[in-house]
Design a protein around this ligand. Structure first.
Ligand code: NDP
Length: 297
């Protein structure tokens, strides 16, 4: 809270943060939050809007008591978008360049030589072409991969084939050597990576997920990797976080576990847009990056 106060003051000296358990919280018009305890939002009578201190809002909207009239704003942070694209590239290139095979050979002091792969002969499907997905898709395309992008609405992005709907989803699964998911969690995307979806992926496909864990049937993913249907997975998000210590993903040789750090919020990068959103909500004007409550993102 102290860090946010310091950064927000630099943008708008009128902003004063108060702790949610203080008496003054009853006067608050706007809440800055990531994952508030159940019941807190409804307990604040003057609240007009909630600002999620991250790109996602699924954790807020899943609260059944979340008042329908509240404005919800999310961050759209260029630094986070870049960080997400970097993480995807890292996971993708590690697999594409057989890093785990070479590192295993190194540990055996073996000088091995695997067949080279050509990026242009490999297809990457980026599921979700929003603020983050577009950056991911463009970065991957710059490395020479063929890129498909899946979203609800049709896009026109250079070097990216835009696909939509059920047919587009099926085409992505069928054609991609790498399925990269950066979808928001909504009622339409929950459990979208089911046993059926993994079965429809190209054999040997590599799955990279930094969207949300609740989009994935983890048992089905494990079975798909074990059977060889998928060559492996790099995961930054899980159904339960932190990932329980006895979860089979931890010790699986072809599944990478990352502790939800593909991108992290930095107050210094986003205080300006948070201050602008607070001012807009206070003035009764429409803030930027307002979440469509009906769509859930
Ligand atoms: P956006 O809202 O900007 O983009 C979402 C994209 O998903 C849009 O292209 C949208 O389509 C598409 N989409 C949504 N629902 C569907 C659907 N049912 N079918 C097809 N496409 C769909 O989100 P961001 O890019 O900012 O963030 C995406 C997610 O990344 C966040 O919600 C969060 O879950 C995750 N995230 C993870 C982080 C991490 O550290 N692992 C950090 C930050 C975010 P359209 O363009 O047509 O609307």
């Amino acid at each position: 809270m102290a860090a946010w106060q310091e950064w927000l003051e630099k943008s708008d000296a009128r902003i004063r943060l108060v702790a949610p358990d203080s008496d003054e919280a009853a006067l608050a018009e706007v809440m800055l939050t990531w994952n508030p305890p159940a019941g807190l939002i409804v307990s604040l009578p003057r609240l007009k809007g909630v600002i999620s201190l991250g790109h996602g809002v699924d954790h807020l909207l899943q609260d059944r008591d979340f008042p329908a009239n509240l404005i919800v704003v999310r961050l759209v942070d260029p630094y986070m978008c870049e960080a997400m694209a970097e993480w995807v590239l890292l996971a993708l290139l590690q697999q594409h360049r057989d890093a785990s095979a070479y590192m295993a050979a190194e540990s055996r002091r073996e000088w091995i030589n695997l067949a080279p792969k050509i990026a242009g002969e490999h297809t990457v499907a980026v599921m979700g072409l929003g603020a983050i997905g577009v950056q991911v898709a463009q970065l991957v395309a710059r490395f020479g991969f063929r890129v498909l992008g899946w979203s609800r609405s049709q896009k026109a992005i250079e070097n990216i084939t835009s696909l939509t709907g059920e047919d587009g989803f099926g085409q992505c699964l069928a054609e991609a050597d790498y399925v990269v998911s950066v979808l928001p969690l909504t009622s339409s995307t929950r459990d979208i990576y089911s046993a059926d979806a993994f079965a429809r992926m190209k054999q040997g496909c590599y799955f990279i997920n930094c969207g949300r864990g609740l989009q994935v049937d983890e048992d089905a993913l494990l079975a798909a990797v074990d059977s060889g249907q998928l060559s492996g997975a790099a995961l930054d998000v899980f159904r339960v976080e932190p990932l329980p210590r006895d979860h089979p993903f931890w010790s699986h040789p072809r599944i990478q576990v990352w502790p939800h750090i593909a991108a992290q919020t930095h107050p210094g990068q986003t205080a300006g847009q948070v201050a602008d959103a607070i001012a807009a909500i206070h003035a009764g004007k429409p803030p930027a990056n307002r979440v469509d409550r009906a769509q859930g993102y």
